[in-house]
Design a protein around this ligand. Structure first.
Ligand code: SF4
Length: 282
């Protein structure tokens, strides 16, 4: 079997920075307890490792004492929650990815200038919920060109993208919006890391027999990679770790493509590749 790893796969810059910051806290000798606000990244291995080393993830800031340290993850948070963290006197390590911060700033600016805000993305995703919190939670959130009826006809609106959606998703929605909104200002805020991973995965999925997409089940960008690969390679599987390879049937003449979501650490990708090297296939 031949194994090819996509040119861009695994930890993106934003996730790498947040994970490094979390591990850095373990070396501090100041006796301040550190928490992450929500699971730091969509990867159970990293989240469990941090937990075992003493950095727990919390959902509710009322569950922790004042003067604790809190890490804001790459997805960012709402403006309101920011104020609450400060009121509680928590030490903040803000790891909001700069690409997400940019979306928050755009939304705040145009909302304050009287524009309706539209976010193309998943309304349940923490990044989108956070961005919505910079326009007083008034944004219209649409995930695909199929639910456009929720958008009324506007005179002026500003549209942004969740950083991890696909280019195709964005273009389809934008095309329809242009007919619905008189004055539409659009910002394609899909991040560079997402673009690169998606393009590399797409290219690879054309030339392999099986695509393995490594990443947390809750990871939005990993799910998108899987969708993209499935279009060209019917045998596309999403796994979180090498153990799940046992559920997949490999043939010895197969070429296997590997890609990984932005929250998948390099050591998990290496584990999967090494495991495949030892597999003989049928
Ligand atoms: S996927 Fe993009 S926006 Fe999200 S953390 Fe990584 S670099 Fe930042």
């Amino acid at each position: 079997m031949k194994v090819i790893v996509a040119n861009h796969a695994g930890f993106c810059f934003g996730v790498k920075r947040a994970v490094e910051k979390a591990y850095e806290q373990l070396n501090k000798k100041d006796n301040i307890k550190t928490y992450t606000l929500g699971e730091l990244i969509h990867n159970p291995h990293v989240v469990n490792d941090l937990y075992e080393k003493g950095i727990k993830s919390i959902e509710d800031i009322n569950s922790i004492n004042e003067n604790s340290r809190i890490i804001i993850r790459t997805h960012g948070i709402s403006e309101d929650l920011y104020s609450k963290l400060k009121e509680k006197n928590l030490e903040i390590e803000d790891m909001t990815c700069p690409f997400v911060k940019k979306v928050q700033n755009i939304v705040k600016k145009y909302y304050n200038n009287g524009y309706n805000i539209i976010i193309v993305g998943d309304e349940k995703h923490p990044e989108v919920r956070g961005v919505n919190g910079w326009c007083n939670n008034t944004a219209y959130i649409i995930n695909s060109s199929e639910n456009m009826e929720i958008i009324p006809k506007f005179n002026k609106a500003c549209v942004v993208a969740q950083t991890t959606i696909t280019q195709e998703q964005w273009e389809k929605v934008l095309k329809i919006l242009k007919n619905k909104v008189k004055e539409l200002i659009s910002f394609n805020t899909i991040c560079d890391a997402t673009n690169k991973r998606q393009k590399a995965a797409e290219e690879l999925s054309h030339i392999v027999d099986i695509m393995i997409v490594i990443g947390g089940k809750k990871s939005s960008n990993t799910q998108k990679l899987k969708k993209i690969c499935e279009k060209n390679c019917k045998k596309t599987y999403q796994i979180e770790s090498k153990e799940e390879l046992n559920l997949i049937l490999f043939k010895k003449d197969y070429t296997i493509g590997i890609t990984a979501g932005a929250s998948t650490p390099g050591y998990i990708i290496n584990d999967v590749v090494n495991e495949l090297m030892y597999k003989k296939g049928e």
